[in-house]
Design a protein around this ligand. Structure first.
Ligand SMILES: [Zn+2]
Ligand SMILES: [Zn+2]
Length: 381
């Protein structure tokens, strides 16, 4: 019964997915289910459609946050099972339906087996995929007053055995940012290109120069992965030489410091090339995801929980390469994220045939509850 109600809940979230920032119905479903667990406090509309449930023991202790994301992706589902997405072009392809269900399971457990100390805060966070949600929640005034001691989150990880706890000290996810460079030259007749300013040469130079900043050594703290996403120069008007263009990148580094240094170097390259080419330009940095910098003590809690629960666990050598907006929490609050194995055969995240495996829900709940116990179960002093 305990698991069946959670599986039904997860599959209902899956059936009605909503994109980042639009999680209205999802939030309503979560709110109704969490309210039944009788939290001390229940807030809605935190940083958009976020839900915060506080379980307060009333006795001194730590304030510990557990965070789950709840948004889906603009991807058409390629599965045919009974609970497949009913919303065209939108589906849960990152397993955030599963993460939210795990957090609901934690709420049920906290109702049945309350902690002796402190406050346990469950945050159902919107808009993870766009990198907007963490920022909005951290900026919400109710949230700012919580004075959180530790923050934890998990992400399911396909291609790891089901239920395996995947963890590491130091960075867990990279800092990621995207860059748009727009060039404004001067259009001219194609027969008189010497009278115009064609951005093609600047684009060509910058592509070569920026490429040299890549460092593909995963073991290096200076790891830097710079990917060209899109480029355009001029238009298909054959009598006219190109006069404008754009170049789009995504940049990921293990640390914020390396990311900031890389941004500076790229900007210097742009300035120098555009000066030589007499080209005007505008740069725009967007979609920033802070690096998840795992706190050492928080990782020890994760490691202890996996051992105490006798769960298969794996200390990962290198961080994952995807961006995760939980990173922003770790910029402000000591905390850590761990991976929860989603199965060797499960399709990769963001693939149209991916689906969160329901049988790992209990592992997630047990991990969170054990971490909470370690921090808040010593009783009255
Ligand atoms: Zn995702
Ligand atoms: Zn995700």
């Amino acid at each position: 019964m305990f698991n069946q109600n959670l599986i039904t809940f997860r599959q209902t979230l899956h059936q009605y997915p909503e994109k980042s920032g639009e999680e209205k119905e999802t939030a309503q479903r979560i709110k109704e289910a969490v309210a039944k667990c009788q939290p001390t406090t229940l807030w809605t509309n935190i940083g958009g459609h976020g839900i915060v449930a506080i379980f307060d023991s009333g006795i001194a202790g730590k304030t510990v946050l557990f965070r789950a994301d709840m948004d889906a992706l603009p991807i058409e589902e390629a599965n045919g099972f009974s609970y497949k997405s009913k919303n065209e072009g939108v589906s849960h392809k990152c397993g955030h339906d599963g993460h939210s269900t795990i957090l609901l399971g934690l709420a049920q457990k906290l109702m049945k087996q309350p902690l002796k100390n402190g406050r346990t805060i469950l945050l159902f966070q919107p808009a993870e995929e766009t990198g907007q949600g963490a920022k909005a929640v951290l900026g919400a005034k109710e949230f700012a007053n919580l004075k959180i001691d530790y923050a934890f989150a998990l992400h399911n990880v396909p291609s790891f055995p089901k239920g395996q706890i995947v963890y590491r000290r130091g960075p867990f996810n990279p800092a990621v940012i995207s860059l748009i460079i727009q060039f404004q030259g001067l259009k001219t007749h194609a027969a008189e290109q010497e009278k115009g300013i064609n951005p093609a040469y600047a684009v060509a130079q910058l592509i070569s120069k920026i490429q040299t900043l890549n460092n593909t050594d995963l073991s290096s703290p200076d790891f830097c992965n710079i990917t060209i996403i899109y480029t355009r120069i001029g238009s298909k008007d054959y009598g006219t030489a190109a006069g404008d263009g754009e170049l789009h990148y995504t940049i990921r580094c293990w640390t914020k410091a390396k990311l900031e240094a890389t941004k500076k170097t790229i900007l210097a390259m742009i300035v120098s090339v555009c000066e030589t080419e007499k080209l005007a330009y505008v740069t725009q940095w967007l979609y920033y995801f802070a690096a998840t910098a795992n706190d050492d003590f928080a990782v020890t809690c994760i490691e202890n929980a996996a051992k105490r629960l006798n769960f298969d666990h794996f200390k990962k050598r290198f961080p994952f390469k995807w961006g995760e907006d939980f990173g922003l929490f770790t910029e402000h609050i000591p905390g850590a994220m761990f991976g929860l194995g989603a199965g060797l055969e499960t399709p990769a995240l963001h693939q149209p045939d991916y689906d969160f495996p329901d049988d790992i829900i209990p592992n997630g709940i047990d991990m969170f509850y054990d971490i909470a116990l370690q921090l808040n179960n010593r009783g009255k002093d």
